[in-house]
Design a protein around this ligand. Structure first.
Ligand SMILES: [Zn+2]
Length: 209
């Protein structure tokens, strides 16, 4: 197992039930809800951000997880939520949207994202995402969603990769093609592990008593 806390990412497929996606976002308040605190430092468009969140919500929903997105420092419709400055709690992760990867290219090419598993925060890199999205005929928001979901997967599952699916270390042509259809997802064992990684809502409430 790769013990590095820093992991690079990206490649995935998925089958899209976009009609379900818009609704899914409203209904995702199951027993296991993940709060994703989003800091956009790259100034992505509202439409790309919306597509990222809608599709990532769908991918997590298929794994039995509800997603709640909290915007900080951009895309705000009102005052900044208190969660933006609070310490991360179990069931919460932080996602940074950054223009470019600050490190050197690795042998697999440009990372589309990284995750710092111990600290619970992940980054995705929009310059490279745009490059790979354009090359593979995908909207930026679609690849942002897969990149973000892969990194969120690391935050919940650890640094290990899978041989297929969202958690594959490197996405190939077939995966990129599949993203357009939104059918690629987490494997069955990953879904179980994801559920175990998020405290159930009633457990969290009990913890507050
Ligand atoms: Zn990875």
């Amino acid at each position: 197992m790769n013990t590095s806390w820093k992991t690079t990412t990206l490649a995935v497929l998925g089958a899209l039930w976009m009609t379900a996606a818009a609704d899914a976002r409203e209904k995702l308040t199951g027993d296991r809800t993940l709060t994703v605190i989003v800091w956009d430092y790259a100034g992505v468009s509202d439409s790309s951000l919306d597509e990222m969140e809608t599709l990532s919500t769908l991918l997590l929903f298929r794994a039995g997880i509800g997603a709640r997105w909290v915007h900080c420092g951009g895309h705000l419709q009102g005052p900044q939520p208190a969660l933006c400055d609070a310490q991360l709690k179990p069931g919460s992760v932080l996602l940074r949207i950054v223009a470019a990867y600050p490190g050197n290219q690795n042998k697999r090419g440009d990372p589309l994202g990284t995750a710092m598993v111990e600290s619970g925060y992940a980054s995705i890199y929009v310059t490279d995402i745009h490059k790979y999205a354009a090359h593979n005929g995908l909207p930026d928001g679609t690849l942002m969603a897969y990149a973000a979901t892969h990194e969120i997967g690391h935050l919940l599952l650890g640094p290990k990769h899978s041989s297929q699916g969202i958690m594959r270390a490197v996405w190939g042509e077939a995966e990129y093609r599949g993203m357009d259809q939104r059918w690629l997802g987490f494997g069955a064992a990953e879904q179980q592990a994801l559920l175990r990684a998020i405290p159930a809502t009633d457990q969290r409430l009990a913890g507050l008593k």
